[in-house]
Design a protein around this ligand. Sequence first.
Ligand SMILES: [Zn+2]
Length: 54
Amino acid sequence: MPTYEYKCEDCNYEFSMILSISEREKEKITCPSCKSDKIRQIPSSFMAKTSRKS
Ligand SMILES: [Zn+2]
């Protein structure tokens, strides 16, 4: 399943969620930190520069 990267516009918390397309349609994404629903999806190309390989 694809991983979606999100950023909270209220507290700038960044998180990722693994959701199927149908889950993504019906689930309301909220910030795990502050519970805000002002969530912006981060394009995957953006993530390329923060490649963290442990
Ligand atoms: Zn937040």
